[in-house]
Design a protein around this ligand. Structure first.
Ligand code: 6GU
Length: 253
């Protein structure tokens, strides 16, 4: 997969070169390019913002550098082995992180992981001139996306979260693909609690059932834990969920 990120703080994205995703890039499973929006300005101060029409607090990101930066992204994605432009022409996905976007979920991570290319446009200040999103819609499938109901200073931290969530789903990135089957949200429930040695530690014991060697009992205990946890912490996940699918994943049969 090819991922392009446009930001006025390209160094913010540096941690995406570490750990699992860093290895994925070395292995050629992921190609990540980070572009500095200021490289697409022409004035001495490399200005990317201006005051809002209609008044109000803060500054708004100017449209001109964004169009040039996103045109560069389109060119580079095309050059990257014709990225995604297979037999049928395809509009590449452009994710615009925003607290006013659709909420990011594991289902969306799976959907984005199927794309041959992704682009991310990191806004700062009060946001990007809305016409950039209108114009970008001529070239991209534009997706405003939020991490949740709180406000960050800009899109960079949100992009790190989304690129990590998507990148780990790419084939070959996570060493043992079974760990993707077991984790929270994989089956619509939160994960069961896990334990390792020692069996007794500072007066806290590992639940007996896990030492029993009875795999059927262990599986039903884990499913019960998932249901309890989900009911206590995230009851809304149980509403309208398909209870018949619970426990159908690898370990919890
Ligand atoms: Cl995606 N961006 C910003 N700036 N704030 C957020 C967010 C995104 N998601 C939650 N808060």
């Amino acid at each position: 997969m090819r991922i392009d990120v446009v930001s006025i703080f390209p160094e913010y994205l540096a941690p995406l070169r570490l750990s699992l995703l860093g290895r994925a890039q070395e292995d050629g499973l992921l190609s990540l390019a980070v572009h500095d929006l200021r490289d697409f300005t022409f004035d001495r101060h490399r200005t990317v913002d201006d005051t809002p029409y209609g008044g109000g607090a803060g500054m708004v990101m100017k449209p001109e550098p964004w169009a040039l930066a996103l045109e560069r992204v389109l060119e580079e994605q095309l050059a990257h082995d014709g990225a995604g432009l297979g037999p049928a022409p395809r509009r590449p996905v452009l994710v615009v992180p925003s607290p006013a976007g659709e909420v990011f979920t594991q289902a969306m991570a799976y959907e984005l992981a199927e794309q041959p290319t992704l682009a991310f446009a990191c806004g700062r200040y009060e946001g990007i001139d809305e016409r950039v999103l209108e114009w970008a819609g001529e070239h991209f499938d534009v997706r405003p996306v939020s991490l949740g109901d709180y406000v960050l200073n800009g899109g960079e931290v949100a992009v790190m979260a989304m690129v990590e969530a998507v990148g780990r789903l790419l084939p070959g990135v996570v060493g043992n693909p079974e760990s993707l089957v077991e984790e929270s949200h994989a089956d619509g429930l939160l994960e069961y609690p896990v334990y390792t040695k020692p069996a007794s530690w500072r007066g806290h014991d590992v639940p007996d059932v896990l030492l029993s060697g009875n795999h059927g009992k262990i599986a039903s205990w884990r499913l019960e834990q998932q249901l309890r946890r989900t009911a206590a912490r995230r009851p809304e996940l149980l509403d309208g969920a398909d209870a018949s699918s619970y426990g159908k994943s690898e370990r919890a049969v």
